[in-house]
Unconditional design. Structure first.
Length: 505
């Protein structure tokens, strides 16, 4: 594929600050929660703290302590996040991984769809816009807008779980499709999901996921890849219940009160999508193939694996502190359990390193994380969180439940002496123990914690597909044939009459 030539113009340095990001959300977006249209997501109690958690990421661009680790000047002369642009060397891939990790640590790994997530796709628009011809200029312009500001994109790839036994083009009453064309663009209608974090994003990226195959000659009206700003007229975002809004206090809900990425369904009701926002239009082959051709699969698993590795770092530390405060950290069986959790976090870090140090060619001459390693990480990632959660629940037992109902109990002068006496931990005060186990419970036992297990199990694909893809990658790379050949070589060493290989004759 053709490599886009780097620009020689002056450096564009326009990355948003946290305040600018928050201001960018104050538009006419139609976000609905509990029957109410939210007038301003930056001030509403269901979204306020999550928005500020994202704003903190943008402020880190401008902090001298983190600016160089987070940003670089790309081949077009744009200063951007290191993962918001394509990588062309192993060192650039590793630096992008470290930039992802730096952001992830600011939410302890509990925000998965931060602005760098959609960089898994958008970054390669700058490396290979020609793939999207005749909309290649749209790709170039969107990359420049995206990279220069570090815009926050979400995506909606999944069709609602309706009539999945039918081809996509037979479910026009629900699935997103073309209604009609106009001079200004295309009128579309239909629903998409699962728009995680979308209420706090600048725009949504719309396409079909890899599990869907669009039939040529029948599904052209569904073969769409486009970008829609969140205030596009005719769109509505219907959110699930807010865990942030229901958080009692930071002391009682230290994670859900600030890191809740609300999931939602995005409905297009005769919405106009301007021509300049399309990347693929009524082209079933391109719509089916962009997922692989863009490098999205390789790159999103790189971001997701790094973020999950940070999250498992957090859980390893949380379990270690919980065991110590319970006074059980010296028990052999408990040490074995802690070792298994530690091994999971080490596995994730090792796999992201391998993905970067053994890369493959990407769009436009770039390098991207190795695909078969990405497929393998994706499979183990879906198992890691439920496994770690189960271990923590086993070895901590009922300890996360043995806490007062809320911070008010500790503020009650009648109760406080009793709490200090009977809730203390091993080598710790009651306040320290309660604070720790409130954090454990929010990570695992609250609605927020339950959602995270479901998220880690399913966001990368259904449990069968993530395993089938490992086989498909092994066939594609020849690894599967090598495994079979090894068995055939062994079978060839002997027959019914004895050894055939002269080594054993």
């Amino acid at each position: 594929m053709k490599t886009t030539e780097p620009s020689r113009t002056a450096v564009v340095d326009e990355l948003m600050t946290g305040a600018e990001y928050l201001e960018s959300l104050r538009d006419d977006r139609a976000v609905y929660l509990y029957g109410e249209r939210i007038p301003d997501v930056t001030s509403h109690p269901a979204f306020r703290n999550a928005a500020r958690s994202i704003a903190r990421l943008y402020d880190s661009f401008h902090d001298p302590a983190t600016r160089d680790q987070l940003t670089m000047v790309d081949r077009h002369g744009i200063r951007t996040h290191r993962f918001f642009t394509a990588s062309y060397s192993v060192s650039e891939l590793l630096a992008a991984r470290d930039a992802i990790a730096l952001w992830s640590r600011l939410s302890y790994g509990f925000m998965g769809r931060t602005p760098d997530y959609k960089a898994a796709f958008m970054a390669t628009l700058g490396a290979n816009p020609e793939f999207y011809a005749p909309y290649d200029e749209n790709g170039r312009q969107w990359y420049r807008r995206y990279a220069s500001k570090a815009l926050f994109m979400n995506h909606v790839l999944i069709n609602p779980p309706v009539d999945r036994n039918k081809p996509v083009h037979e479910v026009a009453d629900v699935f997103l499709h073309v209604v009609r064309e106009t001079d200004a663009g295309v009128i579309v209608s239909g629903a998409k999901m699962l728009a995680t974090g979308s209420a706090l994003t600048n725009a949504t990226f719309v396409a079909q996921n890899s599990a869907v195959s669009l039939e040529a000659g029948k599904a052209e009206d569904f073969a769409l890849v486009f970008i829609a700003p969140m205030d596009t007229p005719g769109t509505k975002l219907l959110c699930r219940p807010s865990y942030e809004k229901n958080a009692h206090s930071p002391f009682d809900h230290p994670l859900s009160s600030r890191f809740d990425e609300n999931d939602s369904v995005l409905i297009f009701d005769n919405a106009l999508i301007p021509w300049e926002n399309f990347l693929v239009y009524r082209d079933t082959q391109r719509a089916n193939s962009f997922y692989a051709a863009s490098g999205f699969f390789n790159r999103y698993n790189f971001q997701a694996g790094t973020r999950l590795a940070v999250k498992l770092d957090f859980m390893t530390g949380l379990l270690a502190k919980g065991l110590a405060i319970n006074g059980t950290d010296g028990f052999r069986g408990v040490q074995a359990a802690l070792g298994e959790v530690t091994a999971w976090r080490t596995l994730l870090w090792a796999m992201t390193t391998a993905m970067a140090t053994e890369p493959q060619e990407g769009p436009g001459g770039s390098l991207m994380p190795r695909g078969d390693y990405a497929a393998t990480l994706r499979m183990f990632a879906t198992s890691s969180w439920p496994t770690v959660k189960g271990i923590v629940e086993n070895v901590l037992g009922g300890a996360p439940l043995v806490v007062p109902s809320g911070r008010e109990d500790l503020a009650n002068p009648e109760l406080r002496p009793l709490i200090d006496q009977y809730y203390r931990g091993t080598g710790s005060t009651a306040l320290e123990r309660i604070k720790l186990f409130k954090l454990v419970w929010d990570a695992l036992g609250t609605e927020f914690g339950g959602r995270h297990e479901l998220y880690e199990r399913n966001y990368a694909g259904n449990h069968e597909q993530v395993r089938v893809d490992v086989v498909n990658f092994a066939r594609r790379t020849g690894a599967f044939d090598q495994c079979i050949k090894l068995v055939d070589d062994c079978l060839a060493d002997y027959d019914l009459d004895g050894w055939v290989n002269k080594t054993w004759l």
